[in-house]
Design a protein around this ligand. Structure first.
Ligand code: NAP
Length: 343
C-alpha cells in the first residue's frame, strides 16, 4: 500500500499568496480502473509557474478555470505513465501535462486544454521542464512572432532573470539585438550580464528605473518584452521608439495585488508613437512547436542557450516554493521534484 499525497486550495489568497492558503492531504492510494482514453500517472517534477496564482482567484477573477476550495492545485508537471488505456501514451513513458499536485492522478489527454506531450527517449526529465518546456516556447513565440526583432535593435525584458525572461534575453542576443534587462537584486543582474549576454541589467528594487532606462537605452527601446507590468511598463512606454512593439507576456506585479492589472497611464503615447502593444498566449502557436523546438535544440547544442534551474526537492516544499515566486526568491526556472518515497 502507498499513500497519495495532495496539496489542495484551503482558501483564496487575500493579496500575497501564503503557505497557509494550501492544505496538505493524504489518503491510501488504490489504483483505479481506467476508462478508455485515460492514463494513470505518478508525478516526478512540478513546475511552479506564476499563472497558477490566477487560478486561485474566484471564478470571476480567474482567466482560465478557477480552482475550487478543497480541490487540488494543478500545474505543469512531468509525470510517468503507470497504466494506460490511451493509444498514444503507453505504460512506462514520461509525459509533460497539466496535472494536480498529487503523487498519483488519472489524466484524460484528449480533453486537456494544454497538450499532453511525450518526453522523447533519452531526454532528461528536468530538461523537458526547463530548456525544452512551454516557457522556452513562450519566449520564442513572444519574441519572434509578436516582437519581430531585427539585428541591432534594442530589446528590453522585464522579469528578465526568471524562466521566460532569461530565455528571451538569450534569444534576443541570438537575433543580433542589444538586450537591456530589468530584474530584482544585484545577484540576478550580475548573472544576466555575465551569463546571458545582457548589455545592461537594472535592479528595479534599488534603482530609479526610468532614469536607468534613459541611460541604458539612449536611442530608445524597439521591443519591450513585458512579464511584469505596472510601473516598469509605464517607464518603458516613455522610452519606446516610433513603431516599437510591446509584447505582453504576463503582468506578475498584479497577480498578488488583489485588483486587475492596470494599463498605461497615457494612451496618447501609444497613438503618437504608433506603438503596437499585443498580448499572446503560448497555446496560440501549437502548430509551430516543432519549428521552435528545432531552433531551441540547435541553440542549446551550440552553447548559445541555457537555462538556470532552481530545483527544490520534495513534494512538501510545493506551497513554499510557489510563494517564493512572488517574492523573487527563485533563481531561474523553479521546479519541485517528487522523488519516490518509502511510505
Ligand atoms: P519567473 O520569472 O521564473 O518567476 C517570477 C519572477 O517574477 C520572480 O522571480 C520575480 O523576479 C518576478 N516578480 C515577482 N513579483 C514581482 C513584482 N511584484 N514585480 C516585479 N517582478 C516580480 O516566472 P515565469 O514562469 O518565467 O513567468 C514570467 C511571466 O511570464 C509571468 O508573468 C507569467 O504569467 C508569464 N507567462 C506567460 C505565458 C503566456 O503564454 N503568455 C506563458 C508562461 C508564462 P525578480 O526577483 O526579478 O523580482
Amino acid at each position: 500500500m502507498t499513500l497519495n499525497r495532495s496539496w489542495v486550495l484551503a482558501r483564496r489568497p487575500e493579496g500575497a499568496v501564503a503557505v497557509s492558503d494550501f492544505e496538505y492531504r493524504e489518503e491510501w492510494f488504490i489504483a483505479p480502473e481506467l476508462a478508455e482514453g485515460e492514463i494513470l500517472v505518478r508525478s516526478r517534477i512540478f513546475s511552479c509557474a506564476p499563472t497558477i496564482r490566477n487560478w486561485l482567484n474566484a471564478p470571476g477573477r480567474s482567466y482560465r478555470g478557477s480552482i475550487g476550495i478543497g480541490q487540488p492545485i494543478r500545474g505543469m508537471a512531468a509525470v510517468e505513465v503507470l497504466a494506460s488505456r490511451h493509444p498514444r501514451f503507453s505504460q512506462g513513458i514520461r509525459v509533460t501535462a497539466v496535472a494536480p499536485w498529487q503523487d498519483h492522478a488519472v489524466l484524460r489527454p484528449d480533453e486537456a486544454a494544454v497538450p499532453v506531450t511525450a518526453i522523447p527517449d533519452g531526454m532528461d526529465t528536468a530538461d523537458a521542464m526547463t530548456l525544452y518546456s512551454p516557457n522556452s516556447l513562450t519566449a520564442y513565440f513572444g519574441l519572434f512572432s509578436v516582437g519581430e526583432p531585427k539585428p541591432g535593435q534594442t530589446v528590453l525584458v522585464s522579469g528578465a532573470a526568471g524562466s521566460v525572461g532569461m530565455m528571451v534575453c538569450q534569444m534576443a542576443r541570438i537575433a543580433g539585438c542589444r538586450v537591456v534587462a530589468v530584474a530584482g537584486g544585484m545577484e540576478k543582474c550580475r548573472w544576466l550580464e555575465q551569463a546571458c549576454g545582457v548589455a545592461r541589467a537594472i535592479d528595479y528594487r534599488s534603482a530609479d528605473v526610468a532614469r536607468q532606462l534613459k541611460a541604458a537605452c539612449p536611442e530608445g527601446i524597439d521591443i519591450f518584452f513585458d512579464n511584469v507590468g505596472g510601473r516598469i511598463l509605464q517607464d518603458a512606454i516613455d522610452r519606446m521608439v516610433p513603431h516599437g512593439r510591446i509584447v505582453l507576456c504576463g503582468q506578475i506585479s498584479a497577480y498578488d495585488a488583489g485588483r486587475p492589472a492596470a494599463g498605461p497611464a497615457d494612451m496618447m503615447k501609444l497613438v503618437y508613437g504608433r506603438i503596437r502593444m499585443e498580448g499572446f498566449v503560448v497555446g496560440d502557436f501549437a502548430d509551430r512547436h516543432e519549428e521552435a523546438m528545432a531552433n531551441i535544440r540547435a541553440w542549446a547544442g551550440s552553447g548559445r542557450l541555457s537555462c538556470r534551474v532552481d530545483l527544490r526537492e520534495g513534494f512538501m516544499k510545493l506551497p513554499s516554493a510557489f510563494a517564493d515566486l512572488f517574492a523573487g526568491r527563485n533563481k531561474g526556472t523553479l521546479l519541485v521534484s517528487n522523488p519516490e518515497e518509502r511510505l
